[in-house]
Write a protein that binds this ligand. Structure first.
Ligand code: ZN
Length: 247
């Protein structure tokens, strides 16, 4: 393979790795935010469940207050029942007692409902607490992994830049100038393979004679359409000439 072609292929790999690394670094704040948001969601769920528990307890206290008031009324009416003189007073008092009994029963039912609910809500709180603790631990692990990844990426930027500079000095200046110009203009991939007789980047069909020249990888050839430097992948593995393109 042409020495410069081999080097610009490697140069492109370094550019791709550097681009990937820059993306890792620029995405880091977003990933940090995502992690913080996920933990915040777990915290919010826990707070909501604790709120339900507090509401249940407050409702229970209100019902208990109401119940003891009704129980006191009932006891009072029962005491008064002993002291009534007439049948009419007796019947009236009986009615009061029935109403108070009904109210007492109603409050007892409500209390029971709240007690059942209390058990459920307590379970929900426990589950939310466990989930939060789990998420918190996982979050810390992920943050640490993210920090390590960032440090690696920052080191890689320096290493790749040094490697690129060293490699660039070994490439003949005109070829390096083509590479730099195309990369500046196209942003990504200044060097691309030929696949199925086409430029892998712009997909233009390349003349079969030219493909045959490129397949030897002995010349630095630019795509006539996108100007990228073309090469042939695994020339040994693809020894047979490609089928002529269909018009
Ligand atoms: Zn092209």
């Amino acid at each position: 393979m042409h020495a410069d072609l081999e080097r610009v292929i490697r140069l492109q790999q370094l550019e791709d790795a550097a681009e990937q690394t820059r993306r890792t670094i620029s995405d880091e704040p977003i990933r940090q935010q995502e992690l913080a948001a996920a933990l915040e969601a777990a915290r919010k769920t826990l707070e909501d469940e604790r709120g339900h528990l507090a509401a249940n307890q407050a409702a229970r206290r209100d019902i208990e207050k109401e119940l003891s008031m009704q129980q006191a009324r009932l006891a009072k009416f029962r005491g008064q029942l002993m002291e009534v003189k007439t049948n009419r007073e007796y019947q009236a008092m009986q009615r009061e007692i029935e109403v108070a009994q009904h109210e007492t029963q109603k409050q007892e039912d409500r209390l029971l409902e709240r007690m059942i609910e209390f058990d459920e809500v307590t379970q929900h709180v426990k589950r939310a607490e466990q989930a939060f603790l789990h998420d918190q631990a996982a979050n810390e692990t992920e943050r640490a992994a993210l920090a390590a990844q960032l440090a690696d990426a920052q080191a890689a930027v320096v290493r790749l830049a040094a490697e690129r500079s060293a490699l660039a000095t070994e490439i003949s200046p005109p070829v390096l100038a083509i590479f730099d110009r195309v990369l500046r203009y196209r942003k990504v991939s200044a060097v691309v393979p030929v696949r199925d007789g086409r430029c892998a980047a712009c997909q233009i069909l390349i003349r079969p004679q030219t493909v045959n020249e490129i397949r030897r990888n002995e010349i630095v050839f630019q795509c006539e359409s996108c100007q990228r430097i073309l090469y042939y992948e695994n020339p040994r593995a693809t020894a047979d000439p490609p089928a002529p393109p269909q018009e």
